[in-house]
Ligand binder design. Structure first.
Ligand code: MRU
Length: 341
């Protein structure tokens, strides 16, 4: 099963090659990010998206933007790295993988001896390690999660937490890919995930391409699906998991968790260790990104709400730990009560 690479080095190694996810599923277009503006725009407009993928793109972007200045002094390069890091960090506030990756890169820069060339070379290796480690963590999440899927299981997911959102085979979709490779053909259902439709545009595209059975529904249909047709398991990704197990993920995840609880459906979260934020005690402290009203009032060129109405558009919500049956990470399957130190 050939899995896509959502973010990697460009052929010349001087840029960040991404799949432009704004254009999927209609068009498959890759582009190389080489400037700070290009990196910032790609993250803010969700050309690259998903917590692990934006962390990786942020780290690689720092290198791509810094590399042309490698001949500068050590002090100048470190100052420039901090400036670029701060600008990339400010793009989206909720996914912890972005500040996690940038902090790691800046620590690497500080501890590297030598001149600008040496620092840029070390940063390139560090960014590549972040990508490789994410790939390995996705694989382990898949291996821990696949046994949770009985033969022919019916699985409901939300948004896209697959290969497009990570450096590897995904988080929530990883057990599904591993199960499929192992001959267990699960049946996947996905909420379209308004307003930007990551479920219907991206998850359906990924799984269809992999030959895995996929059914798309609108977000409001999940309860009816559970009652009328039955779901064995809900599995979603995460943008930030607090020390107490509260989970921030795509808006609509909290709805799904409540619906799953009411119907007695296990609600599982899958995420790499880089998404665990032990410095945040609970979900109440997680900053939720608020996005443009246009995302709600427009579907493509079509206006779907009258001019001038008030719009509520948080990009994420927080599911309280008590609604989370289990959390799968690259370290194993965690059960309540959660305490991530
Ligand atoms: O706004 P997005 O598309 O970046 O939101 C993505 C999600 O909420 C994902 O579920 C989460 O980042 C996990 S990705 C493995």
């Amino acid at each position: 099963m050939q899995i896509i690479e959502s973010v990697r080095w460009s052929d010349d190694g001087l840029g960040v090659r991404i799949i432009d996810q704004r254009l999927l599923p209609a068009q498959f277009v890759e582009c190389d990010l080489r400037t700070l503006d290009a990196v910032i725009d790609a993250i803010c407009t969700l050309a690259v998206r998903g917590a692990p993928a934006i962390g990786i793109a942020g780290a690689m972007g720092l290198v791509a933007v810094l590399a042309p200045h490698a001949n500068e002094s050590r002090e100048r390069i470190l100052a420039r790295a901090r400036e670029i890091g701060a600008a990339i960090r400010a793009t989206r506030p909720t996914a912890v993988n972005l500040p996690w990756a940038l902090d790691r890169m800046l620590r690497c820069a500080e501890r590297t001896n030598g001149d600008g060339e040496a620092i840029v070379a070390a940063l390139r290796d560090e960014a590549t390690s972040i990508l490789d480690e994410d790939r390995a963590m996705c694989r382990r999440i898949g291996e821990y999660g696949a046994p949770l899927l009985r033969a022919g299981a019916r699985v409901l997911t939300h948004c896209n937490a697959g290969a497009l959102a990570t450096g590897g085979i995904g988080t929530a979709l990883a057990p599904i890919y591993v199960a499929a490779v192992g001959g267990n053909s699960v049946e996947v259902f996905v909420d379209e995930s308004r307003p930007l439709l990551q479920g219907s545009r991206l998850t359906a595209w990924e799984l269809q391409r992999a030959g895995i059975s996929i059914t798309v529904l609108t977000d409001g249909m999940a309860a009816s699906l559970m009652r009328e047709r039955g779901i064995d398991l809900c599995i979603v990704g995460a943008d930030r998991i607090a020390a107490n197990g509260d989970v921030a993920n795509k808006i609509g995840t909290y709805n799904l968790a409540i619906t799953a609880r009411y119907h007695g459906v296990p609600f599982v979260v899958a995420a790499p260790s880089s998404t665990l934020d032990s410095a945040t005690a609970s979900g109440a402290e997680i900053v939720i990104e608020q996005r443009s009203a246009l995302e709600v009032t427009q579907v493509g060129a079509k206006r779907t709400a009258p001019d001038g109405v008030c719009i509520y558009n948080p990009a994420f919500d927080v599911t309280p730990a008590e609604l989370v049956t289990a959390i799968i990470t690259d370290q194993g399957i965690h059960r309540p009560p959660y305490r991530f130190s």
